[in-house]
Design a protein around this ligand. Structure first.
Ligand code: ZN
Length: 114
């Protein structure tokens, strides 16, 4: 991977980190609003409210995981180990990194873990 590639991936990761952090914060804010609304809703819609709350929590958990993965990828860039597979120590295909910039495994290694 060239320095240009590395810079590009760093920008991509930083942009994605900013977007995901904003999304998560907005979602956590709106969750507070939902909790207040629940005092006003009836018994029947309570099931719906609980269900959508559980879905929102699942989505937030995935967001938090993605944010952690991106932070780890940015740290690997700083340490100079970005793009090296954590499974086999070989270089991860640049095309794969462009699709999944935060990945720490090459495709064969990622498949083995599934
Ligand atoms: Zn690998």
């Amino acid at each position: 991977m060239t320095d240009d590639d590395l810079q590009r991936m760093r920008t991509l990761l930083a942009d994605e980190l900013a977007t995901l952090t904003e999304t998560l914060e907005a979602s956590l804010e709106s969750a507070k609003g939902t909790a207040l609304d629940q005092a006003r809703i009836g018994r029947l819609s309570r099931m719906d409210a609980l269900q959508s709350q559980a879905m929102a929590q699942g989505a937030n958990r995935r967001l938090a995981e993605e944010i952690a993965a991106i932070r780890a990828a940015l740290e690997r860039i700083e340490r100079g180990t970005y793009g090296i597979c954590a499974g086999c120590d070989r270089e991860i295909d640049l095309m794969r990194l462009e699709v999944y910039p935060a990945t720490e495994r090459c495709l064969p290694c990622a498949k083995r873990r599934e």
